[in-house]
Design a protein around this ligand. Sequence first.
Ligand code: ATP
Ligand code: MG
Length: 565
Amino acid sequence: MAQPASPASGDFIRDIIDNDLRAGRSEGRVATRFPPEPNGYIHIGHAKSVCLNFGLALQYSGTCNLRMDDTDPVGESMEYVESIIKDIRWLGFDWQDRLFYASDYFEKLYQFAVELIKKGDAYVCSLNADEIREYRGTFTQPGKDSPYRNRLVEENLDLFARMRAGEFPDGAHTLRAKIDMAAPNIVMRDPILYRIKREPHYRTDNKWVIYPMYDFAHCLSDALEGITHSICTLEFENNRPLYDWLVERLIEKNRPRQIEFARLNLSYTVLSKRRLIELVQKKYVKGWDDPRMPTVSGMRRRGYTPEAIRQFCAAIGVAKNDNLIDVALLEHCAREDLNERAPRAMCVLRPLKVIIDNYPEGKTQQLNCANHPKRPEMGTRQVPFSREIYIEREDFMEDPPKKYNRLAPGREARLRNSYVIKFEKMVKDEKSGEIIELHCSYAPETLDGPPADGRKVPGVIHWVSAGHAVPVEVRLYDRLFTVSDPGAEEEFLKFLNPSSLEILQNCMAEKSIADARPLQSYQFERQGYFCADEKDTKPGKPVFNRIVQLRDFWTKISEKISKNI
Ligand code: ATP
Ligand code: MG
């Protein structure tokens, strides 16, 4: 698989790695991993971490493993594993034969725990969850030692083996590290390493009734795989001393180190898996790959390319402080990418019939149109022109303001790639007053140039020939939330945008796109970039998703970019 180039820019993580390499740590290797928990689909925040971890491996000629961090059976499944694999491949990254599962380490992790007990560094505690919390103390008060803290090694080994054997009910005992109940960092107050949980695991089924906690499993999985730099998000900063504590006691050489960076937060978007699951399960969206979702599968279906996503991840860089990135930057990256690659086509979203009275009935003219204004190698196509065409309803106004330069009584406009037409009259529905059709005239000399008298016609509108157009369904998307930081709201569902999806059933498109393949994208002139839906497009019957509009109507992008990069 082709590997994308990694951004060459420096940042604090690359500085750390450079220093480590200079100091000869880890035998000069760079080994990273991306460790998703298969309890949901990956999203654009995960993509940032994927690009970072795989990007570092590429840059330093190292390796990056894909590890399913599947040590908590609740909510994990093979469906999620498969989606994660598909999405990371699609993003353009390759882990060769290094796909691992933390659940494959359960036996080894158990043996590490036994070793810790033997060293007197872990004990079986029989306090219940409430008591453990109570004994833990607070930020301002030290904790209290568990009454079980001084159990003898033999007793601990016996109890731990019986925990594994299923002799005790859930919650009866835990295995805890023996560190310091008065530590200023609460994480270090005898953290739980194992708990009893009778929950079948999607890979190990009922083999285990005890499961390791993240803090225990993660650092040791890193060590087992020879990871040198374990990169995670900032919320694990307080857990780093525990990471080091465990690794120092159990791993002799080439100890991995943890480095934290700021997670991606995106405006008008939620990126917490718990919340994304809620959106899916309560059917606020149509599945994980709903084109409004910030998941990689949703973005693919919407029409984002891997290149645009990688460009976005490179543009935001990595930093040590949490911030909120404007979603307009992501849309900007999509636009930049699609502008280069998407062929142009015309599609009228809300059609209004126009009859060109002075054009011969029954005549069809084939107009030669460039598929891309700046890339002649993308070729040309024939677009039929005839007496009856459709234009966009909003390209006509009965009573327009002065500056309106599209069609209106007494005014004229140029049809894209075609003639200048002039308004003659309109026909209205007698009852509703709605405009049913327009009658116009065309100026025959204007196909390749200005009108004979040299007058200026500033407005250009798109159109399709009524007798040749194909009807298509188009789905227009808006932001899923109405507030810029929905993630900060406890009741985030209250801020769902009720009009985030508009379905237009009767759009009229030029024939060239009738055979669009799923995921093929176009620029529909003046309307934005559109992509044939991955699932609902059938041969000869495309359904289009609008990826982005041509311009950013929400924010002034240039300002945002200079702020964010
Ligand atoms: P949860 O929201 O349930 O904690 P998670 O988003 O942390 O889940 P994981 O599957 O544990 O999901 O994440 C895998 C990796 O992706 C982790 O290393 C995590 O730090 C990273 N990651 C997750 N969210 C983001 C984000 N918004 N920005 C950057 N990296 C992220
Ligand atoms: Mg997590």
